[in-house]
Write a protein that binds this ligand. Structure first.
Ligand code: FAD
Length: 437
């Protein structure tokens, strides 16, 4: 009987998972091992671009990667499905039945064998149990949500434009963003960038003065991951644009078009976006007996193997990785997912060769926050800049843009990656600045 090939199953083709299957496919190909990627979506878009997709300043169709084509190119198999359970004894995972938009079953419940399993399913927004969040807020967790937000935003802008044309001088679009971290700040700035351009796209009397964005942060200041000077600079930039920044403001309840705060104030809003932190998806709690940390995150050792099972690894936003000498787990960022994917690749190769596994070493390269085309602020870290260095302006913008370029190269390889970067430049020139459909 022919010997079964080693089967490496990666669940989640996001910032970390897609880079990992590309490397595994390139290294082992189909002949040596069976590399399988499972994702609940058919396409990948780099999550840090979602606020641009939501505001309409990025056409996701141009940046999306179809898993099917990518799999053929890099020698792995793609399976469209959502993980439902893990049987650690039988070493299998089961995916939930897949339905089309009319509720008709496309693929039934499906079981896949694994020798090694990597969980890279990302995270979801943490609602911290605040009543009304799931019912009344929108999230920016994937492309469908970003598209839905853009459609609602455009409708609100069209309504306001029409109201002004018919004599209502007070009409405006009110957006409340809960969470003053990078996602909330970037979205707030991007909305003003889009609003400035809408006049040229048929909304003749609409401009940024008809947009009222409130950015609501429970902590004493926005951008807690940056140092205070940079956070103040970002706050100033946002206020110059017209954003109403409310720090020290606890949201206690959401209702339809209303945000209630701890002080008893009610902020009325046509659109509410919840961007107040990340936790592991709820299904993680029921899919297996893997040990979880606070916020439904899978506890991993420094080798990135789960503490419960040597054959199961976890990376990125769904993993809780506490390294010796650090007080906080590795932060949920694209650079963490990227670095973890690299280490898991190394460790999977070493495991097959019978070599000891390596421990994860997190290199904090700093963090950057883009205020759309208005500004970029952040800090860079590393030997090259001699420790931690504050940056803003074009240096920060260049580094920020290069992060996505590095991701493109990581998932497409050098030649195709560089080709796509050049194509991106051409698209910026020849394509419309806003996507309004
Ligand atoms: C709007 C926004 C802006 C951001 N900006 C930045 C930034 O500027 N810099 C930065 O470092 N980080 C940023 N982040 C965070 C960064 O995007 C994440 O830390 C990073 O994407 C995590 O990578 P990951 O591989 O763990 O998961 P993800 O990239 O989230 O990928 C998870 C994948 O798993 C799939 N999946 C989920 N559940 C299942 C399931 N049950 N079954 C099968 N597949 C599943 C999803 O479809 C997805 O493809 C931002 C995030 C958002 C939302």
């Amino acid at each position: 009987m022919a010997q079964q090939k080693t089967q490496i199953v990666v669940v989640g083709g996001g910032a970390g998972g897609l880079e990992l299957v590309r490397k595994l496919g390139a290294k082992f190909g189909r002949k040596q091992h069976d590399i399988i990627l499972i994702d609940r979506n058919l396409t990948h878009i780099w999550k840090p671009l979602l606020h641009e997709v939501a505001a309409g300043s990025l056409d996701a169709n141009l940046d999306e990667v179809g898993y099917g084509g990518h799999a053929v190119r890099w020698g792995y198999r793609f399976f469209n499905g959502s993980i439902e359970s893990i049987d650690r004894t039988a070493r299998t995972i089961t995916t939930a039945p897949l339905h089309d938009e009319h509720g008709e079953e496309v693929i039934g419940r499906h079981t896949i064998r694994y020798d090694y399993l990597v969980l890279a399913i990302g995270g979801i927004s943490n609602d911290f149990g605040v009543p009304g969040v799931r019912e009344h807020a929108m999230f920016l967790e994937d492309r469908p949500q970003a598209d839905r937000f853009r459609q609602k935003l455009l409708n609100a802008c069209l309504r306001t434009n029409h109201a002004h044309q018919t004599g209502d001088a007070d009409a405006c679009v009110r957006v409340s963003i809960v969470g003053g971290g990078a996602t909330g700040v970037e979205l707030a700035a991007e909305l003003y960038n889009a609003a400035k351009a809408l006049r040229h796209y048929g909304l003749e009397v609409f401009d940024e003065t008809k947009l009222q964005v409130s950015l609501i942060e429970a902590g004493p200041r926005i951008l807690p991951a940056l140092d205070e000077t940079l956070a103040m600079k970002a706050k100033q930039e946002l206020e110059n644009l017209g954003v109403h920044v409310l720090d020290n403001t606890q949201v206690t309840r959401l209702e339809d078009r209303a945000v209630h705060t701890g002080s008893g104030a009610v902020i009325e809003a046509d659109l509410i976006v919840w961007a107040a932190g990340v936790k592991g998806a709820d299904e993680i709690t029921t899919m297996s007996d893997l040990e979880l940390a606070r916020g439904n995150k899978i506890v991993v050792r420094p080798t990135l193997q789960t503490v419960t099972d040597d054959r199961i690894y976890a990376l990125g936003d769904c993993a809780s990785c506490m390294l010796p000498g650090r007080e906080q787990p590795i932060p949920p960022r694209a650079q963490s997912a990227h670095q973890m994917a690299s280490l898991i690749f190394t460790n999977l190769v070493r495991a097959q060769e019978g070599k000891p596994l390596k421990d994860f070493v997190y290199q904090d390269h700093g963090s950057l926050v883009s205020l759309s085309r208005f500004s970029t602020v952040g800090s860079l870290m590393g030997n090259l800049v001699g420790g931690r260095m504050r940056v803003d302006g074009w240096i920060a913008r260049t580094v920020y843009v290069s992060l996505y370029r590095m991701h493109l190269i990581a998932i497409h390889g050098w030649w195709r990656g560089v080709g796509l970067i050049m194509l991106g430049h051409v698209n910026q020139i020849v394509r419309p600045k806003l996507k309004l459909h």
